[in-house]
Each structure stands twice: as structure tokens, then as C-alpha cells.
Ligand binder design. Structure first.
Ligand SMILES: [Zn+2]
Length: 246
């Protein structure tokens, strides 16, 4: 059965160049970020975690994402770089669609790429899913990631293993936005029962993130409590709450 919902993405603009696409469909899919007009040349946008092509409910997630982006005036064809927070298929299955349409480069951490090609592949074949196909152009390392002319956007990459071995989070000091993938959610933390998961590593990762000065947490999925966590007080409170799970 194909489930349809009228509005499958809600878009939210958190800074001049930062758009969040929050998944509202029935089945599983991740939230997506778009950093617009950052890179030089004719493909200036950067996408973080394009998500599923089609999910377990038969929802055409990527088509919906492309439509939601278009409503804000952005085209998949204008994406120059894909950043993956980690390699689970609900975050990077659609990499190949973006690459097909725009020729975008792909990047993730080396640890996560190694996992994708080994245990991750075994997990997907056990589940009967196709392993996500892409070739990273370079690997993300802990530290600064300067993007665009005159370092238009300067992100800090944090290696935050626990949910998966090479998960990364991205912090943008200028806007105080923290993109957490599946490490921290509103009122919750990422699962650690998948291959390569580790609760003790997740604890260390969450501890590190909780030291940052953050106005917005943009998580990889919604929970029953919410999506984006806004303002410092709520962010602090959320870190205190999720530490109780660890
Ligand atoms: Zn995940």
C-alpha cells in the first residue's frame, strides 16, 4: 500500500544560507539541510543528508524533497557537494540521485566510509536493501571545513561515533547551528544497537557536543517531542535530559 501525506516536508530557514527540510511523511526518512549559495561556480548549494529515495512505505521521499526545495527556489541540479553525517540508508540512499542530476561531490568521514563498505554492506544485504552507492571525493576530518570563496561558510566537523562508527556532527559557529545527524534528537539519542554502535562512545560524543555554544540543534529525525531545538536554554536542557539515557 502506498501512503501519501499532503505535506511531506516542512521547510525552515534558520540563517540566510541555511534551510532545513523536516520530514513529515508516514514512513522513515531523515531531515535534510541545504546550505545555499556557498560554493563558487554554477553549483553553489551544499546538501547534508539527502535521505531516502523511496522508504519502506513506498513514499517517494527524494521527489518530495526536490519539490520542497523548488518551492524555496532551489534546484537539485545546483548542488555541488553532498555531506553525509553517516552512512545509514535513510540518510544517504539519495546521494546517487543528487550525483546523477548535478554531478555533486560526496564527502563523509573515512571511518564511516570504511563501515559502509564492510559491516554496513553486510547489514544492508541481510535486510535485503541495496548498499548506498557513491564515491567520496575526499574525507571529512575533525576540525575546520571552509567552504566557498573567502571561506563563506566555515563549519567545524566533530567526529561523534556511537550511533555509527564514523558519525559526524557539524557546528557552524557564526550562526550557532549544530547539525547532529542521529547522535542527538529532541528528547532522545541515537540507537546504538546497530552494527558498529557503541553506547560508551555515544556518551563521549554527546558530552563533547554539550560543551558548544548552540542556538539551534537540527537533528536527523523528529521525535514525539519535536524537531529543531531552538534557543540556548532549551538546547542546554535537552543535553541535560538526554544525558540521563547515557
Ligand atoms: Zn542512522
Amino acid at each position: 500500500m502506498v501512503y501519501r501525506s499532503l505535506k511531506t516536508y516542512e521547510s525552515i530557514q534558520l540563517a540566510d544560507n541555511f534551510y532545513g527540510y523536516i520530514w513529515q511523511g508516514n514512513g522513515n526518512n531523515c531531515n535534510t539541510c541545504l546550505l545555499v549559495d556557498v560554493l563558487r561556480g554554477d553549483r553553489p548549494h551544499i546538501i547534508i543528508d539527502p535521505g531516502h529515495i523511496t522508504n519502506e512505505f513506498g513514499e517517494n521521499c527524494f521527489d518530495y524533497l526536490a519539490k520542497a526545495m523548488q518551492e524555496n527556489g532551489f534546484k537539485v541540479e545546483d548542488i555541488g557537494l553532498i555531506i553525509n553525517t553517516h552512512s545509514h540508508i535513510d540518510h544517504c540512499q539519495a546521494n546517487e540521485m543528487v550525483v546523477q542530476k548535478s554531478g555533486a561531490w560526496v564527502t563523509l568521514s573515512e571511518e564511516e566510509d570504511e563501515f559502509r563498505r564492510t559491516s554496513g554492506e553486510r547489514l544492508n544485504s541481510m535486510l535485503g536493501s541495496k548498499n548506498p552507492e557513491f564515491k567520496p571525493l575526499f574525507y571529512l576530518k575533525e576540525g575546520e571545513l571552509n567552504l566557498g570563496a573567502k571561506n563563506k561558510v566555515s563549519l567545524q566537523v566533530f567526529l561523534t561515533p556511537g550511533h555509527s562508527p564514523g558519525s559526524i556532527c557539524l557546528y557552524w559557529p557564526e550562526t550557532k547551528i549544530l547539525v547532529t545527524g542521529d547522535v542527538v534528537f529532541y528528547g532522545s539519542i541515537g540507537r546504538t544497537d546497530f552494527p558498529g554502535g557503541s553506547l560508551s562512545l555515544l556518551k563521549k560524543s554527546v558530552d563533547r557536543l554539550s560543551q558548544l555554544d548552540v542556538d539551534y540543534v537540527f537533528p536527523g529525525h523528529r521525535t514525539e517531542y519535536g524537531n529543531v531545538i531552538k534557543d540556548k536554554t532549551n538546547v542546554k536542557r535537552n543535553f541535560q535530559a538526554v544525558k540521563l539515557f547515557l
